[in-house]
Design a protein around this ligand. Sequence first.
Ligand code: XBP
Ligand code: MG
Length: 268
Amino acid sequence: MNTQTNNTKPVDTKLKAFIFDVDGTLSDTERDGHRVAFNQAFKEYGMDWHWSVETYGELLAVTGGKERMKFYTEKFLDKEDIPENIDTLIPELHQAKTRHYTELLSTGAIPLRPGVERLINEARQRGFRLAIATTTTPENVTALLTHTLGADSIDWFDVIAAGDIVPAKKPAPDIYDYALKEMNLSADECIAFEDSINGIKSTLGANLTTIITINDYTKEHDFTGACAVLDQMGEPGKSFSAITGNINGSTYLDCDLVIQLHQQSVTD
Ligand code: XBP
Ligand code: MG
């Protein structure tokens, strides 16, 4: 049964809300956004640190920009090369990085991934609630939404759970538990959209049905437990590739397919 029909009739579903990850899911921000901004901050501080695309791929094992810099010093630097004031330097560097990153976003250099805007708009039209659960700094979320969907889009999301608002970052479930609590919804009334192994560990820890869209940094990750793994959300005429998941002949991710995948998952 192909569900790609323009079906605005309400469908009997337990599903009430879509919870989106940001980096790697809404937009491919890591390689050309965050990594570039980190390097600009290191240069601004006159440091000889430089993160190549490959090195950054290794550093993505750790979520959180501050935590990632700390991890870099521990994994890639000799003790004598670690600045003595590293514990005060990292928060400063991170602020500079956030400034460079939001400037980069304001140039429009980092668009949304295919299908994201269409799915968000369709979900709103169909009356689904929207939320964001991300490790990145709140200003980065505001800047990304403002420079892609427009400033009004900030209000489309019932909750924007981001950054240091929870004690433990992904892969801990904290940020998703927080979003569920703020929306006063149970996990089986929601579905999550993620891109990485840290992300799916976080969503599964919060008992959330999860749809994965991979990217260059995460295509080799283990997504056991996902209800579907796609190469992208796709568009009418620009099909996705489904790596796993019962997609019933669909060629792009729309609300009907999301509802179906959720239904399959919560009844399994
Ligand atoms: C991914 C992250 C973030 C970003 C950098 O977030 O791990 O830390 O890489 O952002 P998501 P900050 O959960 O959206 O995939 O430097 O602001 O932490
Ligand atoms: Mg992500």
